[in-house]
Design a protein. Sequence first.
Length: 132
Amino acid sequence: MKNNKGFTLIEMLVVIAIIGLLSSVVIIGLGGSRSKARDARRIADIQQIQNALELQYNPATGYPVAGTPPTATITGAPTKDPQSKDYQYAPNATTLGYNLGICLENSEGASVAGNCPSGVTNCSGKEYCVKQ
């Protein structure tokens, strides 16, 4: 009598196919979470930039002037954005206030979306802005 222990080739192929299908479903399902995480990082970066601007505020002269009116891209931002989106800073005419914005990937989670003055972010979709 022959004692066959082990798996056949068909059984192994079926298991590999099932594992492949499950892993592809998981990878596809995480796509939305990744964009939400990047948007959360952008919003946190905006808050860090806002804190830095508050430290630079001078009651006599106001907030720092932008490089090129009416808006300027912030160079040396806290982190490198994976989608190459720029943080936009636009002081108002008296430099006693400013608008700070970024374009978001995901339309969900834009808690303050679409309230940027025209020309601050130039987004085709959702944007996140803070005003001072």
